[in-house]
Design a protein around this ligand. Structure first.
Ligand code: SER
Length: 318
């Protein structure tokens, strides 16, 4: 049985991906790691190891001890947190990835998944239908670490034959574990406010359009990419997208379903980050090479998010 390591298993993507991987490969074969214990349902059914990815020796120890063959390296500092503490973003994102790649090559890991981001793009990149091959000149430390990360992944593939695959994720919208410290977090926070019956103060302008993706599509994309025939992959890291909408369109969709829900807009430093990122993404390479196709448009995503969060509220979780 393949032994799998997940870093960042307590995070937004990690907490849901670990559960999917454990259902498929067995609880005991998926090692959850993070700097804090994961809290998803059934987390204690499989191995959990505290791991700081900036510590190379710790990364090597876990990979060796469990005989890891596949890594989902999700531990990261997101864009807004990265601007608050660029030094930490560099260490966690760049050194963390480097440690994982080095440990993987030395200890026979066969495959790695690593999330890149729309943050690799910058103000000089075309913002509509942003192509796969284009200018990567970000203005945030987070974006810089993602560009370096992409180059490192390509290097380890070319030089050592490591099968590293990645996706340039847009903002990920999810109902189980909130994101922490991203620029696209408003698209999740707004749902929590609506379900709690509170007004929401949005930190970007109403006309801010960014690419997004609902968690089930995010998990689907990871699984499709990792299952793809290696001979068909023209890239290591792919553009991928679900849907794009303006903050005010999302607010309207919610107001239609939650009467009396109030939203006001008070842009802060995250507006500049949002303005430097694409509005829509061309993910045709992913569609052609490994059959990518998202399932959720805006109304479907809004319905599903509201239903999931209302259930959590009924259980007393929110
Ligand atoms: N959601 C992420 C962020 O806002 C984008 O990679 O930082």
């Amino acid at each position: 049985m393949t032994k799998i390591l997940v870093t960042g298993a307590a995070g937004q993507i990690g907490s849901e991906l670990t559960q999917v991987l454990r259902r498929e490969h067995g609880d005991e074969n998926v090692v959850a790691t993070d700097i804090k214990p994961p809290r998803f349902p059934g987390a204690e059914a499989g191995p959990w190891v505290p791991l700081d990815v900036t510590d190379r020796a710790q990364v090597e120890r876990v990979i060796q001890e469990f005989g890891i063959a596949e890594v989902y390296h999700l531990a990261a500092v997101l864009s807004a947190s990265g601007e608050r503490d660029p030094d930490r973003a560099w260490r966690v994102n760049t050194e963390g990835l480097y440690n994982v790649l080095e440990a993987a090559r030395r200890h026979g890991v066969r495959r790695i998944f690593w999330p890149s981001s729309i943050a690799v793009f910058g103000p000089k990149t075309p913002r509509v239908n942003t192509p796969q091959d284009t200018i990567l000149a970000p203005t945030t430390m987070y974006g810089i670490t993602k560009v370096v990360g992409e180059l490192l992944c390509e290097y380890y593939h070319r030089r050592y034959g490591l099968d590293v695959r990645g996706l340039r994720f847009p903002g990920i919208i999810s109902s189980a574990t909130p994101p922490g410290g991203g620029t696209t977090d408003y698209a999740v926070e707004i749902f929590y406010a609506a379900v709690r019956g509170e007004p929401y103060t949005c930190f970007v302008r109403p006309d801010t359009v960014l690419p997004m993706m609902y968690m089930p599509d995010c998990l689907k994309a990871i699984r499709l990419l990792m299952a793809a025939d290696p001979a068909r992959l023209r890239y290591r890291i792919y553009n991928v997208t679900g849907l794009s909408f303006a903050a005010e369109e999302l607010a309207r969709e919610l107001q239609r379903r939650v009467p009396g829900f109030r939203v006001e807009y008070r842009p802060d430093f995250r507006q500049d980050i949002a303005d430097s990122w694409p509005r829509t993404i061309d993910d045709s390479a992913a569609r052609e090479d490994w059959g990518w196709k998202p399932d959720y448009d805006l109304p479907r995503m809004v319905e599903a998010m509201l239903a999931a969060l209302r259930e959590r509220r009924a259980r007393g979780e929110l």
